[in-house]
Design a protein around this ligand. Structure first.
Ligand SMILES: Cc1cc2nc3c(=O)[nH]c(=O)nc-3n(C[C@H](O)[C@H](O)[C@H](O)COP(=O)(O)O)c2cc1C
Length: 393
């Protein structure tokens, strides 16, 4: 059986799956449940603000985003924990600890770095935290905290430095995806001496408009999470992993074991999840872990170290890709059901209907590959010109 253990920021986790800082960890009991379900680590909702900052809209603050009826993401207008700092310190962290998972405590980067350092000291004085995750990335606050700090390499550096100087346990920093270049921010975090980065918090977004009333679905800007954000997070993750030597925890859109594998192949050590738990309950945790273990066993991998970062060396530039031999769509007539989807999605007018199967006019094909991915019967693949079957054209 594959060994799921990982060491992240100097701390050993029994497996790479971590409950992200969010609603499933709004109190100690929720985190305990995740721990008992077998998760490797748990993170509470971000602890920090005095309570009047932390008010959540109590008249609907979560909006499912659907496409074709299927949820593809969720926008939330949720700030930090609504529990008092005292409640976490006196009670909830201890309850959470009963679940047996590594405790990574999310602390808010406060408006002034010295307040952040004080918060770090208060949390670690409980003796409950194994490591810390500094939140410089909440997308909602208008100013002073959250991504207001995290979008600036300089402010992030100052906060990470202050937190690190107070921390006796490993300190990681949760970054914002709402920047054009996360690499310079991650570099600043490394220079401040932090032990890891979480990539990343949610994507600042707007949920939509009710066209019957003209009213916004949620009347503010929120954080977009769930499957739709995975490509955005993967871009940031891979750019940081290729350029900054720092341990990474990835988070965004994990719905199955496959995304856990993808994130690790792009360089992550732990992988966090929130929306999947909010949509499926804590019982998704053992399923994700079992599926991950079964996949590793079926592939013959003994540990996650064998797959970490293996996708990274293959990432290149569009300019370099353009130098490779051209490929063209190739339709296997025996598999083609003549449904016509490929013809419809081909903007180059390279595909036409034959009597029993569609066929490609190679001179028109631009090798984009969209037809192959839409084909419901797997009849199309991209091949070099010399490997294309003789077709009707
Ligand atoms: C309702 C909700 C509340 C959240 N609260 C926090 C928070 O307090 N602190 C934080 O760092 N991230 C918070 N997040 C962001 C998550 O930790 C995570 O980065 C994001 O949901 C992406 O992961 P997912 O696609 O698996 O949900 C929250 C997300 C949601 C959906």
């Amino acid at each position: 059986m594959a060994d799921l253990r990982v060491t992240y920021a100097g701390v050993e986790f029994k497996n790479p799956l971590v409950l992200a800082s969010a609603t499933p960890g709004w109190d100690g009991e929720g985190m305990k449940r995740a721990g008992l379900a077998g998760i490797g680590g748990v993170i509470p909702k971000t602890i920090g603000p005095v309570q009047d900052w932390a008010a959540h809209p109590c008249n609907g603050r979560l909006q499912l985003i659907r496409h074709g009826g299927k949820p593809i993401g969720m926008v939330n207008l949720e700030l930090f924990t609504t529990k008092t700092r005292e409640a976490w310190i006196k009670e909830d962290l201890a309850i959470a600890k009963e679940g047996g998972a590594v405790m990574q405590v999310s602390v808010l980067a406060m408006p002034h770095p010295e307040e952040t350092a004080q918060l770090v000291e208060e949390i670690q004085a409980t003796g409950m935290a194994d490591l810390l995750e500094l939140n410089v990335s909440c997308p909602m606050p208008a100013s002073t905290v959250g991504m207001h700090i995290g979008k600036s390499a300089e402010r992030t550096y100052q906060q990470a430095k202050a937190a690190k100087s107070a921390a006796k346990i490993p300190l990681t920093v949760k970054l914002t995806p709402n920047v054009s270049d996360m690499v310079e921010i991650a570099q600043a975090v490394k220079e401040a001496g932090a032990d890891g980065v979480t990539i990343s918090n949610s994507v600042r977004s707007f949920a939509g408009v009710d066209i019957e009333t003209g009213m916004p679905l949620l009347r503010g800007y929120g954080g977009y999470t769930g499957p739709a954000i995975k490509p955005i997070i993967m871009r940031h993750l891979s750019e940081v992993a290729r350029n900054v030597d720092i341990p990474i925890s990835a988070v965004g859109g994990v719905m199955s074991f496959k995304e856990i594998v993808e994130y690790i192949m792009l360089g992550a050590t732990t992988v966090q999840t929130c929306t999947a738990v909010m949509w499926n309950g804590y019982q998704i945790i053992p399923k994700l872990l079992k599926d991950l273990e079964n996949w590793l066993d079926a592939k013959g991998y003994k540990s996650l170290d064998e797959i970490r970062g293996i996708a990274l060396p293959h990432i290149t530039t569009v300019e370099e890709l353009a130098k490779l031999p051209a490929k063209y769509a190739n339709i296997e007539a025996e598999k083609c059901t003549n449904c016509g989807i490929c013809e419809r999605v081909c903007m180059y007018r390279a595909i036409s209907a034959g009597d029993t199967a569609h066929y490609v006019t190679q001179a028109n094909c631009d090798g984009c590959g969209l037809c192959a991915q839409w084909c419901p019967s797997g009849a199309i693949e991209l091949r070099e010109a010399s490997e294309c079957l003789k077709t009707a054209n």
